[in-house]
Design a protein around this ligand. Structure first.
Ligand code: GUN
Ligand code: ZN
Length: 375
């Protein structure tokens, strides 16, 4: 018998020319308009931002990475879940921890049992298994939990790619068994298979046999060529079910959000907008402004004339330039703007699909981001 999932997806509009669509994704803590970009934090915080500020920016869902041994399930159970603990009332998505271990800690070792790594806190050897990851994510109480997957770098070739794909399927089955709260938390499978179309296809077909509330496309955006990246996304969304959310992991450049929405993706996350803000780089429709550059020292315009964020309505490029080296305040102000930029991009993208003019939106976006030269 089919399991009842803790989410529903209502398709509001589909673009007749591309695969783009607008949906309402109803999650236990909040209803999310898709395509959506999810800012990334680490368990309990989003660097330099308070939950109330994220709400003010119209952010409906955030991704939080789990911490493995800082505070354990007992504390979160006592605090009645992370939503309560961090005072974020809207939707929360947790990643499983494996990708983070493999990408951040070079010393991680993968076995069939799980991901073995040295604790960054005290150097102790730890093993993250699918069961352990589910236990942590169940105690966090996130609206969407991700399976533990075996991720290889997107440019890896040879038998390791196939091994990781099949292991991710076996780990998905262990996650499904270990997931204790199917009534109020949604577990997503993650499609792997590197840049091999045949492996991707097998993985999607195998995963969609399982009765899961949603699916992610993983293992991309690691420096492979755009043509390969987009081809894998295109192929994956062709095989993923129309009535379930499709989440493209680790993607956050504006152009990728636009292209991958045209290819039918609904959800995205990336550290890029917040990380680049901390380096003084502001996102604008024409690209990025490096506010530390001398050219902004006497520039009394806001970052973006058309942005209504609290930074743009109060501060000039010259001011931001002058404080750019006083890390925390400047970081905060640029982070606010960059999140506003991402939210605004997704809002106008959704609006264009709803109004049947998505192809024109794409054309205008590309013309502004990549203007043709004046000869
Ligand atoms: N974040 C970005 N890519 C991935 C992926 O392939 N797997 C997981 N778990 N997280 C990711
Ligand atoms: Zn702004």
């Amino acid at each position: 018998m089919a399991v009842k999932h803790a989410l529903s997806l209502k398709i509001l509009a589909e673009c007749p020319t591309t695969k783009a669509r607008v949906c309402k994704l109803v999650l236990p803590h909040h209803t999310v308009d898709t395509p959506v970009f999810m800012p990334v934090g680490t368990q309990g915080t989003l660097k330099g931002m308070l939950p109330a500020q994220l709400e003010e920016l119209d952010c409906q869902i955030i991704l939080t990475r789990i911490r493995l041994n800082n505070y354990g399930p007992e504390l979160l159970d006592k605090a009645d879940g992370l939503h309560n603990f961090m005072n974020w009332k809207r939707a929360l998505l947790t990643d499983s921890g494996g990708f983070q271990m493999v990408s951040l800690l070079k010393l991680a070792e993968i076995t069939e049992e799980g991901v073995k790594f040295q604790s960054p806190h005290d150097g102790r050897e730890m093993l993250l298994t699918p069961e352990h990851s589910m236990a942590i994510q169940n105690s966090i109480g996130s609206d969407i939990m991700m399976q533990l997957d075996d991720v290889v770098h997107s440019t890896t070739k040879g038998p390791r790619v196939e091994e990781a794909m099949y292991r991710s399927i076996r780990w998905l089955d262990r996650c499904m068994k270990a997931h204790k709260r199917t009534d109020c938390q949604n577990l997503f499978g993650i499609v792997q298979g590197g840049l091999d179309p045949e492996l991707r296809k097998i993985c999607v077909q195998e995963m969609t046999k399982r009765d899961l509330p949603g699916f992610a496309i993983g293992g991309l955006s690691g420096g492979e060529e755009k043509a390969h990246f987009w081809r894998m996304v295109h192929l994956s969304t062709d095989y993923l079910p129309r009535n379930k959310p499709r989440y493209l992991m680790g993607v956050g450049y504006a152009v990728d959000l636009v292209v991958c929405s045209a290819l039918g993706c609904d959800m995205y996350d990336c550290v890029f907008p917040t990380r680049t803000a901390r380096f003084g780089s502001a996102l604008v429709p024409t690209g990025q402004l490096q506010l530390k550059n001398k050219q902004y020292a006497r520039d009394f315009r806001p970052i973006d004339d058309n942005c209504s964020c609290s930074t743009c309505s109060r501060y000039t490029r010259a001011y931001l330039h002058s404080i750019a080296t006083q890390e925390t305040v400047a970081c905060h102000l640029v982070t606010v703007h960059n999140i506003a930029y991402q939210m605004n991009l997704m809002r106008t993208l959704r609006q264009s699909i709803l109004e049947g003019r998505f192809p024109q939106f794409v054309q205008d976006f590309m013309d502004t981001m990549y203007p043709s030269r004046n000869y």
